[in-house]
Design a protein around this ligand. Structure first.
Ligand SMILES: C[S@@+](CC[C@H](N)C(=O)[O-])C[C@H]1O[C@@H](n2cnc3c(N)ncnc32)[C@H](O)[C@@H]1O
Ligand SMILES: *[C@@H]1O[C@H](CO)[C@@H](O)[C@H](O)[C@H]1NC(C)=O
Ligand SMILES: *[C@@H]1O[C@H](CO)[C@@H](O)[C@H](O)[C@H]1NC(C)=O
Length: 246
């Protein structure tokens, strides 16, 4: 089913939100059911109306509405950014395209293994693997002052359907990103990541609690109830090796 979500989201790569209704060969009954539900989904409809590239935009909008993590002038690193809906939200909120001349201009850098269709106000590094050291160097070079104020991760590995395996892989992805954060996240900065809950959830929460002043677990309304996905929001970053280096 995750394969389908990806298909639906990435088939938009770019221009307009559009969903294919034709039933490709090999789709199972469950996948068909999922797609039917997807087509009725109010967030999918809203995404079309507001021309977001993916319904996932509403998860970030909701987190931001509740916790105010984005504001004009901030530098945002958006990991797992394809097809670009979170980056769209970030560009608007940090004024990265300079649309509001009376507010400070922010910066948005999106990274993904997949190609991302260009977006005004955003810089995209793709195809690139966030866990690759070469990607890390490029990220550092591209960020103004080599720092991000906010690191977002909606990254997800291709799900195998084996719950523990998928959970562990996503947790390690977040773990590596936190290792990178030591070098690029500004002290006082924010870290938001998606996880699929499981046995390692607590370990990651514990690390976030140590490295940030505040940590909370969020299940946005726009996140499907049947999904084990939740978001961990950590604010007020305490460390930052980078700040000592320079
Ligand atoms: C759920 S999608 C992100 C949707 C995006 N937030 C949006 O609103 O358009 C997850 C993305 O994570 C990407 N991803 C997974 N592992 C990655 C990695 N190691 N490096 C970069 N991107 C990765 C996938 O290619 C996929 O596009
Ligand atoms: C989420 O849904 C609940 C219940 O429907 C509602 O009270 C709340 O305002 C919603 N939150 C957001 C941020 O939309
Ligand atoms: C998922 O699979 C697609 C197609 O095989 C591939 O292009 C993509 O890089 C994979 N994504 C991840 C996160 O491994």
């Amino acid at each position: 089913l995750n394969r389908y979500l990806k298909l639906v989201c990435t088939s938009l790569q770019g221009q307009r939100f559009h969903t294919a209704v034709s039933r490709p060969k090999g789709r199972t009954g469950a996948e068909h059911l999922w797609l039917m539900r997807h087509l009725k989904d109010p967030f999918v409809k809203a995404a079309k109306v507001e021309s977001y590239r993916c319904r996932s935009a509403f998860k970030l909008l909701e987190v931001d509405e509740r916790h105010r993590i984005l504001r004009p002038g901030l530098r945002v690193l958006d990991c797992g950014a394809a097809p670009g809906a979170w980056s769209q939200v970030a560009v608007q909120s940090v004024n990265a395209a300079g649309t509001d001349p009376s507010s400070p201009v922010g910066f948005v850098l999106g990274v993904d293994l997949l190609h991302i269709f260009p977006l005004e106000g955003a810089t995209f590094l793709c195809p690139a693997d966030v866990t690759d050291p070469r990607t890390f160097q490029r990220i550092r070079e591209l960020l103004p002052g080599h720092r991000a104020d906010v690191i977002l991760s909606d990254m997800a590995p291709n799900a195998t359907g084996i719950r523990d395996l998928d959970h562990n892989r996503l947790i390690s992805l977040c773990w590596s990103l936190l290792d990178l954060a030591q070098h690029i996240l500004h002290p006082g900065g924010t870290f938001l990541c998606k996880i699929w809950t499981g046995s390692q959830t607590h370990r990651l929460q514990k690390r976030l609690t140590q490295e940030f002043q505040s940590m909370r677990t969020i299940k946005p309304n726009a996140s499907r109830k049947e999904s084990s996905e939740v978001y961990l929001l950590a604010t007020q970053y305490r460390r930052g090796k980078g700040s000592v280096e320079e």
